[in-house]
Design a protein around this ligand. Structure first.
Ligand SMILES: Nc1ncnc2c1ncn2[C@@H]1O[C@H](COP(=O)(O)OP(=O)(O)OP(=O)(O)O)[C@@H](O)[C@H]1O
Length: 240
């Protein structure tokens, strides 16, 4: 048994003829919130796709909960929310989440769905069709669909895009509560001020890990005042 929920070694991925990840090593400790940060196109989504087992990989090892990524036994244990909402527009929020609960074989789909909708703070919109929601509400509906199976690992690709500061704060509060319950979260973002909410930060640029540290450790190492400053200092350091 390992303390790492996700273990990546030597991951090499080419997409569209371009080498996106030349040989990535990464460990995500169980029960932590790990932020995957970095500029657009740096490979964050590609790493997440590899973790959920939907990315064709050229070389390397990706293990989740001690099993190869994408293993059928992981289907119920790993939740994934992409940048594109993954709910049916012609169903209500509640209907969508109940549908996913049934697909996952959750014992009491109605009450599990109610709880998941409540967790993402969408109870007041439970009876609204998701195509009538705002972008931020739709992405929270997708998150409820991912939460309903009570996954042990949650992979969230830019979950706070399009959310106002209050909802962003609330969502990070939810991530923290989930981690306190033992869930492991890998969360990507390019909003650097969200970095302080994470237990660990992985700064990814052009497929390379520039840093993998605690927020405090990162600031100490770079002497920067915030994550953005730390990131820029590491980019400069890498260029020299
Ligand atoms: N469907 C695709 N086909 C070919 N190449 C792709 C595809 N999707 C992404 N790429 C390439 O892979 C590289 C990494 O993309 P990726 O989406 O992993 O980055 P990212 O860090 O998640 O970016 P963003 O923050 O914009 O989502 C980019 O250079 C991109 O052009």
């Amino acid at each position: 048994m390992t303390d790492d929920a996700i273990e990546i070694e030597g991951l090499r991925v080419t997409r569209g003829g371009r080498l996106v990840l030349p040989g990535l090593d990464l460990r995500v400790p169980t029960g932590q919130v790990v932020g995957l940060l970095g500029p657009s196109g740096g490979g964050k989504s590609t790493v997440m796709r590899a973790v959920v087992g939907v990315q064709r990989v050229e070389a390397g090892r990706v293990e989740v909960l001690g099993l190869p990524a994408g293993h059928p036994d992981l289907r119920h244990r790993v939740g994934y929310v992409t940048q594109a909402p993954s709910v049916y527009g012609d169903l209500t929020v509640a209907e969508n989440v109940v549908h996913f609960a049934r697909l996952l074989g959750v014992p009491d789909p109605d009450s599990a769905a109610r709880e998941a909708v409540e967790r993402v703070d969408l109870t007041s919109h439970a009876r609204s069709r998701t195509d009538a929601l705002s972008g931020g509400q739709r992405s929270r509906a997708s998150l409820a669909a991912a939460l309903v199976g009570r996954p042990e690992v949650l992979v969230l690709d830019e979950p706070t895009v399009g959310l106002d500061p209050v909802l962003r704060r609330d969502l990070w509060g939810l991530f923290r509560r989930l981690a306190d319950d033992g869930v492991t979260l890998l969360v990507s973002s390019h909003v650097m001020d969200e970095a302080s909410r994470c237990d660990r930060l992985v700064l990814l640029r052009e497929g390379e890990v520039l840093a993998d540290d605690t927020p405090a450790g990162l600031l100490e190492r770079t002497g920067a005042a915030d994550a953005e400053g730390a990131f820029l200092s590491l980019v400069d350091e890498a260029a020299t």
